[in-house]
Ligand binder design. Structure first.
Ligand code: PEP
Length: 260
């Protein structure tokens, strides 16, 4: 059975004091939520500079962890500005978002590079939150499944059956990220079902059932219930609504209640 996950991607937002306050507010909320009873996990992905401090705050709660928003495919060396998977792991981080559409669009993260990063993260013991999703144009011309299939096939190429269970997949239609427009629950389910079948084909069906597939794209407290209620939606990757304790904590509460 796939883990139920509510993950927040802060992107390049929050100054230091507000960032630490928000981690604390989420940590305090999670304490009272019996997340283990509901088999739900919460992940926060702050900017890299706050990872170590955030990890210290969340270290006591095994259901709440910290993710990086990216890491290098390299082990180390002369790569100015980069952060390795080992460095991220060393400061108590457990997961890393890889292949986010903003990295693909603005920083040249191709399917091939994302594949190298996913492999490096696995090798170093991090959980890759591997993002896929089509552009508006692919949705309009009916090529969305093709695009996502290619991202999955190439991004997870060479990953062994024993390793894939460490991976979380996030389906994030690019046209729904930060736009206020969200996929309908039917569109989300259609794509999540498609991804699960593809994973079953590439690995096997038992493995595919155990892989968490998160939906991302303008998830908010007022649309989460329906999206999280879809059978192949195992949680959410949340951008804008993860920047305020009120909305993110509400999404955790809804997730705990609705995700099955
Ligand atoms: C994201 O960036 O992963 C995301 C889903 O953003 P938003 O929720 O703001 O659309």
């Amino acid at each position: 059975m796939a883990k139920k996950i509510i993950a927040g991607n802060w992107k390049m937002n929050m100054e230091h004091a507000e960032a630490i306050l928000l981690v604390k507010e989420v940590a305090d909320f999670c304490k009272g939520q019996d997340l283990h009873l509901h088999d739900t996990e919460v992940i926060i992905a702050p900017p890299a500079i706050y990872l170590q401090e955030a990890s210290k705050i969340t270290s006591e709660n095994r259901r709440l962890s910290i993710a990086a928003q990216n890491c290098s495919e390299q082990d180390g060396g002369a790569f100015t500005g980069e952060i390795s998977a080992t460095m991220v792991k060393n400061v108590g981080v457990e997961a890393v978002i890889l292949g986010h559409s903003e990295r693909r669009q603005f920083f040249g993260d191709t399917n091939e590079l994302v594949n190298l990063k996913v492999k490096k993260a696995i090798e170093k013991g991090l959980v890759p939150i591997f993002c896929v999703g089509e552009m508006l144009e692919d949705r309009k011309n009916g090529k969305f499944k093709e695009v996502v299939a290619e991202q999955i096939n190439e991004g997870l190429k060479g990953i062994h059956r024993t390793e894939i269970q460490q991976v979380v997949v996030a389906y994030e239609p690019v046209w729904a990220i930060g736009t206020g427009e969200t996929a309908s629950p039917e569109q989300a389910q259609e794509m999540h079902g498609f991804i699960r079948n593809l994973l079953a084909k590439n690995f096997n069906s038992a493995i595919a059932m155990d892989i968490s597939i998160l939906y991302g794209g303008s998830v908010k407290p007022d649309n989460a219930r329906e999206l999280f209620g879809q059978p192949d939606v195992d949680g959410g990757l949340i951008g804008g609504a993860s920047l305020k304790a009120e909305s993110f904590n509400e999404l955790i509460r809804i997730g705990k209640e609705v995700l099955r």
